[in-house]
Design a protein around this ligand. Structure first.
Ligand code: GLN
Length: 483
């Protein structure tokens, strides 16, 4: 039962083969049994889940349903969920019970989804391995010694181990796609502005986007249908009509032109990954797609620009955690300055502090033009590269990451090496473009992901290609041993 798709589960619920309460119990039992190995959840909302499941059963009996009614889900612990702890993986919010609900999670709640719990993550979504969490690291179900990726590592591990049918994540520089690729999932970061950011705790506001993480493109499409849409409470959300992303999943790929940016097939790419990408290309050609080499000349500048812009925005966004209004407060502050300094000093972890310091420096007077302004200019050049490329191609394909998942506690890795995990995913965030990662096979037992980047609001194209690929391959249906 736990490996079934959303569509299959929904059918069984409607036929009353299984009740939603029974289905929810199956997943809660799996969480209880397996999560001690993974540490993918920070909070389990079992009581709430069973109440919501009872209500869903009622809605099904009354025939007042959506395609998501009665389907369990887990949310990254970055989304505010009313009356439920929302920690962002940080000590500073360990005691924070959100007094309001994020727009996106509310939409899924209204659609009748069942919340199983909140998932582990790198603190404030800063990281690529989920090792920066106050709640401890998460293990990859495909190899428990390895990281699941980050920052949405808890969501990725939980879906990959079938502890939940689907989950949500957020992606500022790759945090949906990179863990999706490390855990054999389909994850999509939509166009910036597609999904409301209201109630999603900000890391770098001009880059952050929420998105679904699922075992198939079809499940991701169903979820995206219900997550998307304009929101008056988010001034950056777009007034663009929401398509039915499931309606075009079966479109033929005949005549679709796929661009291969030569800069993404560089010396950083390991052969294990490169071979799998080649196989994907052969399969897509067989399905009717045409391939074309393209150039995105400013790609190399993406990571340097990102690691100025993201820390700069985070240094401003995280100023609100001051020990005064909510969250962690240090014991016995001597005065106001001591209260600020020690609450933040004791509440934030190392990586968050590193980013706040880098960002504050980059924004300080005298350095602003040299760093922040320059990075913004580079960002425009990167967006222009894509604009030019989409005059010739429909979609751009690349590896999601240069390597598969790596070992937990890989102490030889410096922060810079860790940052390079995201060289292929960051450009889509800088340009605001939609991008998806889908399973492309395994190397030495570890999953590999391939990335599809689309033009603005072309999420449907990405999901269509991924779905067609998943009709002729079964990588996405593999189940990690022991789960
Ligand atoms: N790994 C990147 C970082 O640490 C991206 C994180 C994200 O997308 N939230 O900034």
């Amino acid at each position: 039962m736990h490996t079934k798709s959303i569509k299959e589960l929904s059918k069984l619920l409607h036929k009353k083969t299984i009740s939603c309460v029974e289905l929810t119990k199956i997943f809660l039992e799996r969480m209880e049994k397996y999560d001690s190995k993974l540490n993918s959840f920070i909070t389990v909302t079992d009581e709430l889940a069973l109440i919501q499941a009872k209500n869903a059963d009622k809605r099904i009996a009354e025939n007042k349903t959506t395609p998501l009614t009665g389907i369990p889900i887990a949310h990254k612990d970055l989304f505010c969920t009313k009356d439920i702890k929302t920690s962002c993986g940080s000590k500073i919010l360990d005691n924070f019970i959100s007094p309001y609900e994020a727009t996106m999670t509310n939409k899924l709640k209204q659609a009748g989804m069942i919340l199983l719990g909140k998932t582990n993550m790198d603190e404030f979504a800063m990281g690529s391995s989920n090792e920066n969490s106050f709640y401890g690291h998460v293990c990859n179900p495909w190899n428990l010694q390895n990281v699941p990726g980050g920052s949405s590592g808890g969501s990725a591990a939980a879906v990959a181990a079938y502890l939940t049918p689907v989950a949500t994540g957020t992606d500022t520089g790759g945090s949906i796609r990179q863990p999706a690729s490390y855990c054999n999932l389909t994850g999509i970061k939509p166009t910036y502005g597609r999904i409301s950011r209201f109630g999603m705790v900000a890391f770098a506001s001009s880059l952050d986007q929420a998105g679904p993480m699922a075992t198939s493109a079809e499940d991701a499409a169903i979820l995206l249908n219900h997550m998307s849409g304009f929101d008056v409470q988010d001034s950056t959300s777009m007034q663009e009509p929401v398509l039915d992303y499931t309606a075009t999943l079966n479109n033929s790929l005949k005549g679709v032109t796929i661009g291969l940016p030569k800069e993404y097939f560089d010396e950083n790419l390991t052969t294990g990954v490169a071979v799998k990408i080649d196989n994907v290309l052969t399969e897509l050609e067989r399905l009717g797609a045409k391939l074309k080499e393209i150039t995105l000349p400013h790609s190399k500048l993406s990571a340097p620009a990102y690691y100025i812009i993201a820390p700069a925005e985070c240094s401003s966004n995280l100023a609100r955690f001051d020990g005064v209004r909510y969250g962690y407060r240090c014991k016995n502050p001597l005065d106001l300055e001591d209260l600020y300094a020690r609450s933040r000093g004791e509440g934030f972890g190392d990586e968050v502090k590193r980013r706040i310091m880098v960002g504050t420096y980059a924004l300080s007077s005298g350095y602003y033009d040299a760093y922040y302004l320059k990075a913004q200019k580079i960002r425009r050049l990167i967006a222009d590269d894509f604009k030019r490329a989409y005059e010739d191609v429909d979609i751009i394909l690349s590896p999601t990451t240069p390597t598969p998942s790596f070992a937990i506690g890989n102490s030889s890795q410096t922060p810079i090496e860790m940052y390079l995990n995201d060289i292929y995913t960051i450009p889509a965030n800088l340009a605001g473009l939609p991008a998806l990662s889908m399973p492309a096979g395994f190397t030495e037992g570890l999953p590999i992901g391939v990335q599809l980047i689309g033009n603005y609001f072309k999420e449907a194209n990405l999901l269509n290609i991924a779905h067609q690929y998943q009709q002729v391959t079964d990588w996405h249906q593999q189940i990690p041993e022991g789960f």
